[in-house]
Design a protein around this ligand. Structure first.
Ligand code: ZN
Length: 132
């Protein structure tokens, strides 16, 4: 087992960053699995298709599901309840197979870091490799 990390700076409140090639550069096993884990409660890691219209659709859907209909209680603390709630809906990690030293993704799959409360500096994504 080994681990590495990717540090990201984000530029917008909501931002989708394709980290597939960055992960591929860090892979130090030939075959096994990699767990990709965001160490933040207002972000997410997802696998899906990198198509600009679809990524906009995700932003619209999350905005529709988590809106200003309620007075969110967490906003009394640091005014970012919607960012956390969107993170609850998504996931903080994905585990992906590795084959021939690369992510073994489907043709239309990419790995994304999703910023839900940006812009931020120093967003940390941990990579844990299991395999050989
Ligand atoms: Zn908060």
């Amino acid at each position: 087992m080994s681990s590495k990390k990717i540090i990201l700076n984000t530029n917008k409140n909501f931002e989708i960053i394709d980290i597939t090639s960055q992960i591929n550069r860090e892979i130090d096993i030939d075959s096994g699995i990699v767990n990709v884990f965001s160490k933040h409660s207002t972000s997410a890691i997802v696998v899906n298709e990198n198509e600009s219209g679809l990524l906009k659709d995700l932003e619209l859907m999350l905005g529709d599901l988590v809106n200003d209909k309620y007075s969110w209680q967490h906003d009394r603390i640091d005014n970012n309840a919607k960012s956390h709630l969107k993170s609850f809906i998504l996931s903080s990690s994905e585990t992906i197979p590795v084959a021939n030293g690369k992510l073994d993704l489907g043709t239309w799959q990419s790995v994304f870091f999703i910023e839900l409360d940006g812009p931020r500096t120093g967003r940390t994504v941990g990579l844990t490799f299991i395999g050989d």
